[in-house]
Design a protein around this ligand. Structure first.
Ligand code: F0G
Length: 341
């Protein structure tokens, strides 16, 4: 690892692990929305941006479905670096775009999806050539994954080693990072058992999960991934082999969930006081599906990674039907309450 002389931090990590009350089973949610910019990306960005600063880069660059952009924008601002975020036009949730703007990122849009944005970033880096000018912070950057593995350490400190950890999968870095964290705890002799890892993808963006389910040995890349969960709308995950290896080694599985199942799970979490964006609800949707299929048992201890905060994507929530009543005076409110009791 490059020598880090300057740590750029917003005090990320130490997020709450919450037992679900209304779900039939031993399920806990690791609420990553409680990170400084509202997603798990902050765990890696503190390391990535610290390295960028220490090697003297002036610029950092990412392609993103939104959360990486929001996170890198904030950490770059904190560290005094210039930040470029390359995003699919119209393809990221508004809260995330607002964050990137708020923190002063240069926003570069492409027509097309995340995969196109990432290939442009890689091409830009090839043309510039020197990392100490422009430092890449996508999850191809292994140091970011070193930060993300701390999720495993925190879970262990809270409840020991669960039977399963269930993770929404997009570019496929995080599930590998969490697995690596548990493996290192075992190598250090701190734990002697490992959890099984379960990766969840949205049906319309499931290059890994679909191939796994079909018994293939590599992904079925998709050119036009589509799902309401914009954070994981990715057709060509660059870290697929890492995720694949993690799931295989751990004895876990991949599963796909529909957009309806994701939105239902998002509402279920909302009703437990836990506000997550659609991609994050995929882990609960996957849990429910695997319970129904009999793959998981109700007494299995499962940790569902809720990767990003609900406020990231208000538009998706407001598109769902909701009840509101326009009143003219207090008596109408009183009557409303009385009619419900
Ligand atoms: N959940 C959320 C909320 C995400 O933002 C992402 C990835 C994932 C899950 C999947 O994690 O890529 O490590 O498998 N978002 C990236 C981004 C791609 O640009 O913000 P992964």
């Amino acid at each position: 690892m490059p020598k880090v002389t300057d740590i750029v931090t917003l005090r990320e990590g130490n997020t709450p692990l919450l037992r679900l009350n209304r779900v039939d089973g031993r399920a806990y949610v690791k609420f990553e929305g409680a990170n400084p910019t509202g997603s798990f990306k902050d765990r890696g960005m503190t390391i990535g941006v610290s390295i960028a600063r220490s090697i003297g880069s002036r610029y950092v660059i990412v392609a993103s479905t939104g959360n990486t952009a929001a996170s890198v924008a904030a950490y770059a601002a904190r560290g005094g670096l210039t930040c470029l975020v390359v995003i699919p036009r119209g393809g990221i949730a508004r809260g995330k775009l607002a964050q990137a703007i708020l923190h002063g990122a240069m926003v570069v849009e492409v027509e097309g999806n995340f995969d196109k944005a990432l290939s442009l970033v890689l091409d830009t880096l090839n043309r510039i050539g020197q990392r100490n000018i422009m430092y890449p912070l996508n999850s191809i950057n292994v140091w970011r994954l070193e930060g993300q593995k701390t999720t495993a350490f925190e879970i262990f400190l809270d409840i020991g080693v669960p039977d399963y950890v269930i993770v929404p999968v997009g570019n496929a870095g995080n599930i590998y990072a969490i697995w690596k964290g548990f493996k290192e705890l075992r190598e250090l002799g701190i734990i002697d058992k490992l959890p099984r890892m379960i990766g969840v993808q949205a049906e319309g963006a499931s290059p890994i999960a679909r191939a796994w389910r079909l018994g293939l040995d590599k992904p079925l890349f998709m050119d036009s991934p589509s799902t309401v969960a914009s954070a994981i709308r990715i057709g060509r995950p660059v870290n697929w082999f890492r995720a694949w290896r993690a799931v295989k080694e751990s004895g876990g599985t991949f599963v796909t969930v529909s957009d309806d199942e994701i939105l239902h799970a998002q509402r279920m979490l909302g009703r437990e006081g836990i506000g997550v964006e659609p991609a994050s609800a995929a882990s609960l949707a996957g849990y429910v599906k695997l319970l129904d299929e009999g793959y998981l048992r109700r007494d299995d201890t499962c940790v569902l990674i809720a990767t990003g905060h609900g406020l990231k994507d208000p538009d998706t929530i407001l598109k769902l039907s909701y009840e509101s009543v326009l009143v003219k005076d207090a008596m109408e409110i009183v009557n409303l309450v009385l009619s419900r009791s």
